[in-house]
Design a protein around this ligand. Structure first.
Ligand SMILES: Cc1cc2nc3c(=O)[nH]c(=O)nc-3n(C[C@H](O)[C@H](O)[C@H](O)COP(=O)(O)OP(=O)(O)OC[C@H]3O[C@@H](n4cnc5c(N)ncnc54)[C@H](O)[C@@H]3O)c2cc1C
Length: 464
């Protein structure tokens, strides 16, 4: 090993840490990755069994943000990338116990066509009229305050849009409370629409006019054999390039020695590193930064997290009366049901379930259902079967069932999150040699995680 080769430790083997390690190795650094659990991937977890592919965490990433696709191409995974199936392009809402398809023309909670809304039982006439007022309302003058999703939607589109779009559609992605989540931190594109066009509807129409003609491309992408494909390819590449991966190696402390660092893991003190990239969940990161800056640790501990669980159930297709002609169902909170959403996995993606079967994912938990933490797997499966029976009239016994639990795993970018993050990053820059990136910080989506890893590595390599 050349004496001047940069030595970097990466803490956390989720997609963020793996991407950082991959990029550092590509740049010629000497890299060791420390992962606390016995497997890589963190929130990305795919089980392949009996012809089923169960994505326990994310099943997709947003196509409009290029970072995951670019990474996949670099890793030689171009042929593994898949779009959602055409027949899944649409979503149902459960309202007053009935399923209603969301009318066409709604783009990220913004209606671009009003006539289809008027003929849908999901909307009232005064509700649609109030949404139309967005075209006339002045834009907000100051963008200094950190508005919640609910407050923004209510101001621009009215209360009906908060109930329908705010909770199940937008905040649902975070399993969070729309009255607490920061719009700037979660959907900055909506802030941008108001700023640039003075109206969400006008902005969405302008974006549509600019979009290439022809059928709309898939909003989401995934991998043919599940999201873990990305993790597996990163792991292989890291190992081929000489990176060392330590599993079952939770980092318990970081010690500074001169301009370098040592990690404490499994009761031993590591060799010296020039730089440490922390890509762990916020609580673990807080422990590591505590001795360096207690204020950073305090900020990180104050990022709220909620728990969720995803139950996957498969049935014979001919035992499912519904046409399954959408990506799934979002439950309005006013329905008072245990679950928050059902995804039609085998409609959404090709090849996730054997021919003649249908695979569903039923989501539980989130801010409104903290009890999910204490429910047993069998309680969850009973609840999932009940949801499928009540909502989709599926009475038969499942062919396969899997439960994935995500306790305290969903970070909540609440109001004040971006200011908190800015302060954390400012303080870390002043410390030198320590970087922070990952889902709880600057964007939870996989493309955001990859972007953060890319930029942390670019900054580190440029000596920043
Ligand atoms: C149920 C669910 C569904 C999701 N759906 C989507 C989706 O559809 N699309 C999308 O884009 N995103 C989705 N996300 C979000 C996305 O999966 C995550 O934001 C992303 O995977 C986070 O990656 P990460 O590497 O930053 O963190 P993590 O995946 O949390 O990885 C952190 C790693 O650090 C390890 N660790 C913890 N403490 C230590 C320590 N002290 N030392 C060493 N290692 C440690 C952990 O074991 C873990 O492996 C979903 C998340 C969940 C949970």
């Amino acid at each position: 090993m050349a004496a001047d080769r940069l030595r970097v430790a990466v803490c956390g083997g989720g997609v963020t840490g793996l991407t950082a390690a991959f990029r550092l190795l590509n740049a010629g650094a000497d890299v060791e990755l420390f992962e606390g659990s016995q497997r890589l991937g963190g929130s990305v977890l795919t089980l392949r069994r009996d012809g089923f592919i169960f994505d326990g965490g994310p099943d997709a990433f947003v196509a409009a943000k290029p970072q995951v696709k670019e990474l996949a191409i670099e890793l030689g995974l171009t042929d593994e990338l898949v779009e959602t199936q055409r027949e899944s392009r649409g979503i149902y809402f459960l309202k007053a116990g009935e399923l209603h398809r969301l009318p066409e023309g709604v783009v990220l909670a913004v209606p671009t066509k009003f006539w289809p809304l008027l003929s849908s039982p999901l909307f009232s006439l005064p509700g649609v009229a109030r949404m139309g007022l967005d075209l006339l309302l002045p834009k907000k003058v100051s963008d200094s305050d950190d508005e919640s999703i609910s407050s923004f939607l209510k101001r621009r589109l009215g209360q009906e849009s908060v109930e329908l779009f705010g909770e199940p559609l937008l905040a649902g992605i975070y399993s969070g409370d729309p009255s607490q989540l920061s719009l700037k931190a979660t959907f900055p594109q909506l802030v941008g629409l108001e700023k640039a066009h003075g109206s969400l509807v006008k902005g969405a129409l302008a974006a549509r006019a600019k979009a290439p003609k022809g059928p709309a491309p898939s909003v989401f992408l995934s991998f043919r054999r599940g999201m873990a494909t990305l993790v597996e390819a990163l792991e292989t590449s890291i190992q081929n390039k000489g990176g060392r991966v330590h599993l079952g190696a939770a980092v318990k402390g970081v010690e500074r020695e001169g301009a370098g660092f040592h990690l404490l893991s499994n009761g031993t003190r590591s060799e010296r590193f020039d730089h440490v990239v922390v890509a762990t969940p916020a609580r673990a990161a807080a422990e590591l930064f505590e001795p360096f800056d207690a204020e950073v640790a305090r900020h990180l501990r104050r990022i709220p997290h909620v728990s969720t669980a995803a139950c996957h159930l498969a049935f014979k297709r001919d035992q499912v009366p519904h046409p399954l002609d959408a990506s799934g169902i979002l439950f309005m909170r006013s329905e008072g049901r245990d679950a928050s959403a059902i995804t039609f996995m085998s409609t959404k993606w090709a090849g996730r379930a054997p021919e003649g079967t249908a695979l569903f994912r039923v989501f539980f938990g989130g801010y409104a259902h903290p009890e999910v933490r204490t429910m047993s797997d069998s309680d969850l499966l009973v609840a999932a079967r009940k949801e499928l029976r009540d909502v989709l009239r599926i009475e038969s016994t499942p062919l396969a069932e899997e439960v994935f639990r995500w306790n305290d795993c969903r970070p909540q970018p609440v109001r004040g999150h971006l200011a908190r993050l800015e302060e954390v990053q400012r303080r870390l820059s002043a410390l030198g040699g320590l970087s922070l990136c990952g889902g709880p910080y600057d964007g939870v989506g996989l493309p955001d995680c990859v972007r953060q890893a890319n930029s942390v590595v670019a900054k580190l390599l440029s000596g920043g």
